[in-house]
Design a binder for this molecule. Structure first.
Ligand code: PEP
Ligand code: MN
Length: 345
């Protein structure tokens, strides 16, 4: 932390700040300028008490942190990419994976048909929501436990590992029995008890960014999971709230690049919730690849017009196949390998 004192601060008042800094277990180093005194406080800001409260002293002009608040998720801590093994799929570290499936698990036929078709097109993991965090209580809330059974049937038939959302700490054990990856949704991105309960399951966790969350807050949410002993975290950018309504959310491509630079964790992009409309999913998916993403989470439905949730943004089977075909050369240009797809010659 750097503490800047006000112009004209007297020696006794300087000493008062120095004593306060020592009390917090930092070592104060004084820099006496022509007009002002600056105190550089040496210590690990993540482990010590914050000095930010010293701003209330009348002689203090500013208190500025110099360290990032996250540690375990940072590239400083681990320079090489984390690779997460999900039932043989290695996420991160140069291989690009596509997770695809319906927004909601609706019926046995819809679930199995979607799993088959996304696998045939090259998806390597299957997604589907059994517990749905809907904005309105009058909207379809998901099939719950029954939906988990349908997801299990889809994995038994196709062999695709499952990604599905868990919304409450009490449900973590039940969902983790079926899921290969637990999804934490945008609305729960900073739900600390849920982050801790998911971490304790030991399962890989796909952590969506909060719809109004800063990149730092997203990385700190991931840090919570790591602090609870689970470093298998996949970050997922899914669009943020902005003034723009041409798309449902605004895909923050810059955040993908920043997260890749700041963190060693795999970074996925969900172009479906970012776009909110099927015709923008493929363009946003291209942007995600170019920004350095390690994979995509895409909503696909055999008949989007009949979908019980997010019908307007789900890709039809043919559109999904087109996306997969387009991805192959782009992923290669970015120096990655498309898992499940063919590498163009
Ligand atoms: C979902 O993936 O279906 C979902 C609800 O996503 P988000 O939390 O990003 O809205
Ligand atoms: Mn959805």
């Amino acid at each position: 932390m750097i503490i800047v004192l006000k112009v004209g601060t007297q020696e006794a008042e300087i000493q008062q700040v120095v004593d306060a800094v020592r009390k917090f277990d930092y070592e104060p180093r004084l820099i006496r300028g022509v007009e002002r005194t600056v105190i550089a406080c040496v210590g690990d800001e993540r482990m010590h008490h914050t000095l930010e409260s010293l701003i209330v002293l009348p002689q203090v002009e500013s208190v500025t942190p110099v360290q990032k608040k996250f540690k375990l998720v940072s590239r400083e801590y681990q320079p090489s990419d984390t690779v997460i093994d999900v039932a043989g799929c290695r996420l991160g570290g140069g291989t690009f994976h596509v997770v695809a499936g319906p927004c909601s698990v609706e019926t046995r036929e819809q679930t199995l048909e979607t799993a088959r078709l996304v696998k045939a097109a090259g998806a390597t993991l299957f997604r589907g929501g059994a517990f749905k965090p809907r904005t309105s209580p009058y909207d379809f809330q998901g099939l719950g436990r029954e939906g988990l059974a349908l997801l299990r049937a889809a994995r038994e038939e196709t062999g695709l590992p499952l990604v599905t959302e868990v919304m409450s700490p009490q449900d973590v054990d039940m969902v983790a029995e079926v899921a290969d990856v637990l999804q934490i949704g945008t609305r729960n991105s900073q739900n600390v008890p849920l982050l801790a309960a998911c971490a304790a399951s030991g399962k890989p966790i796909l952590l969506k960014r909060g719809m109004a969350g800063l990149v730092d807050e997203w990385l700190l949410a991931a840090e919570y999971i790591c602090v609870h002993g689970n470093n298998k975290v996949i970050l997922c950018e899914r669009g943020i709230r902005t003034f723009e309504h041409a798309t449902r959310n605004t895909l923050d491509v810059g955040a993908v690049a920043v997260a890749k630079k700041e963190s060693h964790l795999p970074v996925f992009v969900d172009p479906s919730h970012a776009a909110g409309r099927f015709d923008m999913v493929i363009p946003l998916a291209r942007a995600a690849v170019a920004a350095g993403a390690d994979g995509l989470l895409v909503e696909v439905h055999p008949d989007p017009a009949a979908a019980l949730s997010d019908g307007g943004q789900q890709l039809k089977p043919k559109q999904f196949a087109q996306l997969m075909a387009e991805l192959a050369p782009l992923v290669q240009v970015m120096g990655k390998r498309l898992a499940g797809g063919t590498t163009p010659g």
